[in-house]
Design a protein around this ligand. Structure first.
Ligand code: FE
Length: 214
């Protein structure tokens, strides 16, 4: 049921496409009954496919790396600090920023369902909603990190934050070594979605391209 599905046969489509069919059937039904405006639905989907995404969160993180006042505001009142950059709205009404340090690494999960900070990260990846991630993140966070190819020193504590319908967390990864002196935009390019969920780290700068290759 979770297998990649990029081929184009005319069989075995039943599992993956069942959800599509259900969603379409539901949309049709709700539209016919007048509950849903299809144009409005399209606008919402387009918004989260193009305008809202991890690049928003990456801009927030990059700014927090170079602007100490902003970082302080972000840690104290993430909702307001993030909104000041123009990112707010649904599923981001109560944001909390948690910053990684050498001593402590933060990871976010929603054990109940799939709560996620939409305005800064867009829509959640499939694995975030999966039962294995939701249970293993709590029971064995270091194992989850290993699954994602992340190895932290044993002395680094891992703190797992359980998102709820009320509070959404944004992990502020550590600025990678060698990134000092880069422009905010270049810094933002180092901030991956996974780094802001806590299942990854910020990317090391590519010293060959645009950096300081010395
Ligand atoms: Fe949830």
């Amino acid at each position: 049921m979770q297998q990649p599905h990029d081929h184009d046969h005319d069989h075995a489509h039943s599992h993956l496409d069942e959800m599509d069919l259900r969603v379409r059937a539901l949309e049709t039904l709700l539209t016919r009954k007048g509950y849903v405006d299809p144009a409005a639905l399209d606008r919402i989907i387009e918004t989260y496919e193009t305008r809202v995404g991890p690049h928003n969160g990456a801009a927030v993180v990059a700014r927090s790396w170079v602007d100490a006042d902003f970082r302080q505001w972000l840690m104290q009142d993430a909702t307001a600090a993030i909104a000041s950059m123009g990112y707010g709205g649904r599923q981001g009404e109560h944001m909390v920023a948690v910053a990684n340090t050498p001593e402590e690494h933060n990871m976010v999960v929603c054990t109940l369902c799939s709560c996620y900070p939409w305005p800064v990260l867009g829509l959640p990846p499939v694995w975030y909603k999966s039962a294995p991630y939701r249970s293993k993140a709590v029971l064995d966070p270091r194992g989850v990190l290993a699954d994602f190819g992340v190895q932290l020193p044993p002395s680094t504590r891992i703190r797992v934050w359980d998102s709820t319908a009320e509070v959404r967390y944004l992990v502020i990864p550590m600025m990678p070594a060698g990134a000092e002196g880069l422009e905010q935009q270049q810094l933002a390019a180092l901030v991956t979605r996974d780094a802001m969920i806590g299942t990854g780290l910020a990317r090391a700068p590519d010293r060959g391209a645009g950096g300081n290759p010395d």
